[in-house]
Design a protein around this ligand. Structure first.
Ligand SMILES: [Zn+2]
Length: 88
């Protein structure tokens, strides 16, 4: 799953001007989160990527790769099937 997502995420869409930081990492760091954010030590991203399935286009945050790799998040089955089918 992660290799497919990594490949698909190379095409960044809907780039924003700010960053979204991983809220799970921020929560886990507690009072130290502010320093970690300022040092760039917390996963953060500023765009989405798309996964094209049958008659549907999913939009996913770039941080999805981090959620899968670091926090063992598993996206819904339909999204996973589309990602595995869309990656080369
Ligand atoms: Zn995290």
């Amino acid at each position: 799953m992660l290799p497919a997502l990594t490949e698909l995420a190379t095409v960044r869409v809907r780039q924003t001007r700010g960053y979204h930081y991983c809220e799970i990492c921020v929560r886990d760091l507690g009072e130290d989160a502010g320093d970690a954010v300022r040092q760039g030590a917390i996963a953060h991203e500023s765009a989405e990527f798309e996964v094209r399935g049958d008659d549907v286009v999913y939009a996913a945050p770039q941080l999805l790769l981090h959620y899968v790799a670091a926090h063992e998040y598993l996206p819904p089955a339909e999204f996973c099937a589309a990602a595995l089918g869309a990656a080369s």
